[in-house]
Design a protein around this ligand. Structure first.
Ligand SMILES: [Zn+2]
Length: 193
């Protein structure tokens, strides 16, 4: 049986600008993105890099997203349901002001991602990890961070990219677009206390 395809994924209709190059934010290696790539892994430094121009709309609305984009689309076919699961898991993990802070940060992250086309889930997960770290001692935070992906059923690659984005934030060198957006969302979401 032939796998159904949505016209957006059919390369016969692609234009030259649908394939483009970007620098790896970590090592400067040139990465080739196809417009349907959600993220690529840098061959030089192994960093996962989000496609800055990935069009979430297609995966979100196309009934055939799983066929079009493969397994990875499962994490993107219904972004809202992932956000709901993350919110529910975080409500068990955080309390008081830390939870209130998360609730201020998430709408900012959603708005920034919608404007800039960067993947929402990566930024949301990184923000959750960061707020967990801010609000508990390090061993409790480590445990909560290790448990969150299982509790919310998060795709592994998304979690890996979120960890890399958070590491950028912690190093103070905001080289990738998701890291800059995470920084902004956390800042606009207000500090504790
Ligand atoms: Zn690299």
């Amino acid at each position: 049986m032939q796998v159904p395809k949505c016209p957006g994924q059919d390369r016969r209709y692609w234009k030259p600008e649908d394939i483009y190059e970007e620098e790896c934010p970590n090592c400067g290696n040139i990465l080739e993105f196809w417009k349907t790539d959600i993220r690529v892994r840098c061959e030089k430094c192994r960093r996962l890099v989000s496609n800055p121009r990935f069009d979430m709309g297609c995966a979100e609305w196309c009934a055939y997203a799983e066929y079009c984009l493969g397994d990875i689309a499962k994490g993107y076919g219904k972004p809202d349901s992932f956000l709901e699961k993350i919110r529910a898991a975080m409500e068990q993990i955080l309390e008081g002001e830390a939870l209130a802070r998360l609730q201020r940060v998430l709408p900012v992250a959603e708005k920034l991602s919608a404007e800039r086309g960067v993947q929402l889930l990566v930024i949301v997960i990184a923000a959750c990890f960061q707020i967990i770290k801010e609000s508990m001692d390090s061993s409790a935070a480590e445990k909560a961070i290790a448990e969150l992906p299982g509790k919310a059923g998060l795709p592994r690659l998304v979690v890996e990219e979120a960890e890399q984005v958070l590491a950028e934030l912690e190093s103070g060198k905001l080289r990738s677009l998701p890291a800059r957006m995470l920084h902004k969302a956390l800042k606009l979401g207000g500090r504790r206390g």
